[in-house]
Design a protein around this ligand. Sequence first.
Ligand code: PMP
Length: 431
Amino acid sequence: MMCIMLCRAAANTEVDLTFYSCAMNEFIFDVKNIRKDFPILSQEIYGKPLVYLDNAATTQKPLSVIRKIEEVYSTINANIHRGVHRLSQLATESHEEARKTVQNYIGAASSKEIIFTRGATESINLIAASFCRSQCKPGDEIILTTMEHHANIIPWQIQQDITGIELKIVPLTEAGEIRLEDVEELISSRTKLISLTHVSNVLGTINPIEELIRLGHNYNIPVLIDAAQSIQHISIDVQALDCDFMVFSSHKMYGPTGVGVLYGKETWLDKLPPYQGGGEMIAHVTFAKTTFNELPFKFEAGTPDYVGTTALGEAIRYIKNIGLDNIRHYETHLLQYATKKLLQIENMQIIGTSERKSSVISFLIKGIHPYDMGMLLDRLGIAVRTGHHCAQPLMDALGIEGTLRASFAFYNTEKEIDILAEGIERVVKMF
Ligand code: PMP
């Protein structure tokens, strides 16, 4: 961030900021070239250049990921793990290699701790079902926060009905932050797990998960981190964090849809019972008794999406090539630029004003329904999201129905933010 700011100060403010080059400490962010890797971005929508600002919903895919999917289907496609033939071995190697790539990306101690799922949602459902069934009795408590995505609420509500657990909800401050003392106040002798998001998909708030995990562990309570909105922006080391579980989705980190990850400490995963039954997850089956496979296969019933996992591995290579620290610098700059720009618009209200934010801006314009604004921006080629963003309890707490949301990735530019601001001004004038 510092570097970008120094560059800005040193440079002519009219300079083409789609290209950053800073000789001072070798920081180079060549967004113009990066954009060439994403074919979808050069499209026109209604005759206007696409301005894609819906990255918190899903990210676009680089050519290397798209080509990897084609390559796997064209060269090594075969069902994995049980095959003796060459193609099956190659596909298995490719899938297991991807597991190691994920392990390295998040700093897990062992590849056994990486469970492939269909997405963050399935990963949370897996833990909710398996954890509550084996670790909870009626009256035991799970702590969530007001800013959770429905994916980190409903699986626990389903378990509430099945196992009789109770949910305790951490309130938020005005700025949309969590206070440690509010979490601590909810902890009781019945608390079994704290499950919270690293970054809010609505407010952009980056939660102090290091401190929250430490707090949980002080009381011997495991902590699940929903990293769906952080894994693509912030460098994460699960061992340094010491979280017990972490979940995320491939499609939000430039990988394919339909693949997700559950990280769990081996000691926990060993203790928990399987979530789904079927092929792959067994050691031996008779009608009288079945024994289960070792980790990670115990939690991976059925044919996994080995094409998707391989492509996720490619997406991680792509991210690492750019460098998460560079991504974070550049996206923080985009966030600050966009916040400043949007605040110049009359009647603009930004929802979520934490000091520690990811590149997500939710906003409202007094007198204009978010849906109308979103529809009209779409006609200008600008893709933003409108609505409750799968966080209705948060909307209730804020006393609103929904927001507009612009979310930025490393391939977005200042120019696109200018187009967004101009588009909003145009719509405001129409009203
Ligand atoms: N958690 C958060 C914070 C999210 O933003 C999302 C997706 N919007 C999810 C969980 C669920 O992710 P998926 O739909 O990919 O399973």
